[in-house]
Design a protein around this ligand. Structure first.
Ligand SMILES: [Zn+2]
Length: 369
């Protein structure tokens, strides 16, 4: 299996190197010499365009707070996604790893709850604010589990970053050669020095060791813990984790409490899938279930229903306005549309009201074209 992965990965890398060379060639044809400032600006813009990567701005501050959910389950809240740990005789099972810089704080908090090591870690999806600590956890001896697509997306991100770094290195090199040597062949010489993409690949192992396509069950710390996939919701690799005895459900980012959700369309997320995921929560949970959202406070089915109704209501209203030939701009000006939710602070999170309405408009407008 590992060999297959290595072969697949090498093939992927091969295609990738070719693509990258083509890209450099096309850049070369109509390329003006850029200044260092423009190159940095270019990198910044390209970073900002990646919604998931834009979340990667963690600065260690006060650390991590611990909230007791049940006698054996604790929620760890910091600046990334909510972490849940199951503590017991078998050891520690953890859900999500937040940002890399947070790992020492997280492990310190966990060590106060249990003297046993974190044996297993489950990634609810691939975003960096939930997987950033993966490498540290692997180094710590933890085995990571995720949906197949999480691993696929994490590999894609490493490759994208290498491609960007390769392009930046090429441009800087070409600029330097042309300045220092007044060499008209600077692009050719620069291309030669950056043609091997592997020098830009980050070899840190951040990838889950065990992946699955649908469900997985742990029999751990005296209870059955069911990990299940929800299709194309927040991303295409979302899983939720249900602790059957404790009646605790970690939803990952397929449910965010009291904020407009981020649907990562680029990475396989969809509004329809997100609504299905919320329905799935309501099928599993009862009034006593403690629901841990990807971000936000511990919730109940009431909160999930409210979010579900909010998305359904806005979907219907926007569809009505689209059919009535209203433009996106006109809909964005209808402040009454979102007033009830905005007043509750829904637009104060990662996704503003404007971003949310734009995303929803785009999704609905497709159906009427
Ligand atoms: Zn996320």
């Amino acid at each position: 299996m590992r060999n297959l992965f290595i072969i697949g990965f090498t093939l992927l890398l091969g295609c990738f190197t070719t693509f990258s060379q083509d890209y450099i060639e096309s850049q070369k044809k109509n390329r003006k010499k850029r200044t260092e400032k423009e190159i940095v600006e270019n990198k910044k813009n390209s970073d900002e365009n990646k919604g998931s990567e834009a979340q990667n701005n963690y600065k260690p501050k006060s650390g991590i707070s611990v909230i007791k959910v049940t006698d054996s389950i604790f929620m760890l809240k910091g600046e990334g996604g909510n972490i849940v740990v199951s503590i017991g005789n078998d050891g520690v099972l953890m859900i999500d790893s937040q940002f890399a810089e947070a790992t020492p704080y997280i492990l310190q908090r966990v060590s106060r709850l249990s003297s046993k090591p974190v044996q297993f870690l489950i990634n609810t999806h691939h975003h960096n604010d939930h997987t950033g600590g993966n490498k540290n956890m692997i180094d710590n001896g933890t085995i990571i589990y995720s949906h197949d697509n999480v691993k696929k997306r994490l590999i894609e991100e490493v490759e994208r970053k290498a491609q960007r770094d390769q392009l930046i290195a090429f441009e800087q090199k070409a600029e330097k050669i042309s300045k220092d040597e007044n060499n008209s062949n600077s692009d050719e010489k620069a291309k030669e020095s950056v043609k091997d993409i592997s020098q830009f690949m980050n070899n840190d192992n951040i990838f889950p060791m065990i992946t699955f396509s649908e469900n997985l069950t742990f029999h751990y710390n005296g209870e059955k813990i069911i990990v299940f996939h929800v299709d194309n919701a927040h991303t295409d690799g979302d899983v939720m984790v249900y602790f059957t005895n404790s009646n605790v459900l970690h939803t990952g980012d397929a449910f965010i409490n009291a904020k407009y959700p981020f649907i990562d369309i680029e990475n396989g997320g969809s509004f329809a899938g997100n609504l299905n995921a919320l329905s799935k929560i309501l099928m599993i949970a009862d009034k006593d279930t403690k629901i841990i959202p990807g971000h936000g406070d511990i919730s109940t089915i009431k909160d999930v229903k409210y979010t579900q109704n909010m998305i359904s209501f806005l979907t219907k209203r926007i569809a009505f306005h689209i059919v009535s030939k209203k433009t996106e701009k006109e809909i964005l000006q209808m402040k009454d549309l979102t007033k009830e939710f905005d007043n509750k602070g829904f637009g104060d999170g990662f996704i503003s009201t404007e971003k949310f309405i734009k995303a929803l408009y785009k999704d609905i407008a497709k159906k009427y074209k």
